[in-house]
Design a protein around this ligand. Structure first.
Ligand SMILES: [Fe+2]
Ligand SMILES: [Fe+2]
Length: 285
């Protein structure tokens, strides 16, 4: 009886989400393309730093956030920087591009509802930690040329969850949902549907195909071992969840024993190094 009631709740909540998404008033999270454009320039063999500087300084809020992070403890040991130009010189255009994409995406993780806002914060921390992990894996495994893409792919792999949280917030505010779903129900819907919604959202944002595929397939039982970027994001995801940087607390996992760590030849010691790196990354949340 009880499980039937839960099923009913699940179905009706999902029905409301689907109805909203197909309605005309649907407001979806947006993707700030500046971050991606900066990443694109930074990933060139010889990035034009003047172009990167201009793209950042055009946006005063982006500028101040980039400077705040460039001066944070994550880059400890470096002298303070007061202009985007010196930040690029000191940290390098690739690091600045990572900061820019983080800052521009963070704006989407906002809600006035404390329950939704708390979940968005957890999702943000998971996304950032996955971005840093995926980039670390690329650099560590001699796939440096993929490091920028790995960072972006890690950051946006779970955007389907952001979509579900944003829609839940909207239908609650509109009164279509008469009470907030429970933590358990919302997490279950996110777990089951974020891949398909994430794929649709990234396509809607017109992002390159490889990012869309990662959003769709990163939980597939049988990973595509031809796809380095996918394997990096899968390992990054397992690493962060294993440390409890996710929506569901600690999900214990022997990382070195995963098919992904095996694929990259990463030992237990290497994975422990990554975990230490993630400790320092808390500044981004
Ligand atoms: Fe996921
Ligand atoms: Fe994830």
């Amino acid at each position: 009886m009880e499980s039937n009631a839960i099923m009913d709740q699940h179905q009706s909540f999902l029905g409301i989400i689907k109805a909203y998404l197909t309605s005309r008033q649907a407001v979806l999270p947006v993707f700030n393309s500046t971050g991606l454009k900066i990443q694109h320039e930074a990933s060139k063999p010889e990035p034009d730093t003047a172009v990167i500087e201009k793209m950042i300084t055009c946006d005063p809020s982006l500028t101040s956030q980039v400077l705040r992070i460039a001066n944070s403890a994550f880059y400890k040991g470096l002298q303070k920087v007061s202009t985007v130009h010196t930040a690029i010189v000191r940290l390098g255009s690739r690091e600045i591009a990572n900061i820019a994409i983080l800052v521009s995406q963070k704006r989407q993780f906002h809600s006035n509802d404390p329950f939704i806002s708390g979940l968005m914060q957890k999702l943000w921390q998971h996304s950032v930690a996955s971005a840093i992990s995926a980039q670390w894996i690329a650099n560590r495994c001699g796939l440096r040329k993929n490091a920028q893409e790995a960072f972006t792919a890690g950051l946006i792999h779970d955007m389907g969850k952001l979509l579900i949280l944003t829609v839940t917030d909207a239908v609650r505010r509109a009164g279509t949902l008469n009470r907030m779903p429970s933590d358990i129900l919302l997490n279950e819907v996110m777990d089951n549907f974020h891949s398909v919604y994430g794929h649709a959202l990234l396509r809607h944002w017109n992002l390159p195909d490889h990012y869309c595929r990662i959003a769709r397939d990163h939980h597939k039982t049988d990973p595509d071992k031809e796809n380095d970027l996918m394997m990096m994001v899968r390992l990054a995801d397992k690493t962060t969840n294993g440390l409890g940087i996710g929506m569901r607390g600690v999900e214990p996992c022997v990382l070195a024993a995963t098919p992904e760590a095996d694929f990259f030849g990463l030992s237990e010691i290497a994975m422990a190094e990554l975990e230490i790196k993630l400790e320092d990354a808390k500044v981004f949340s």
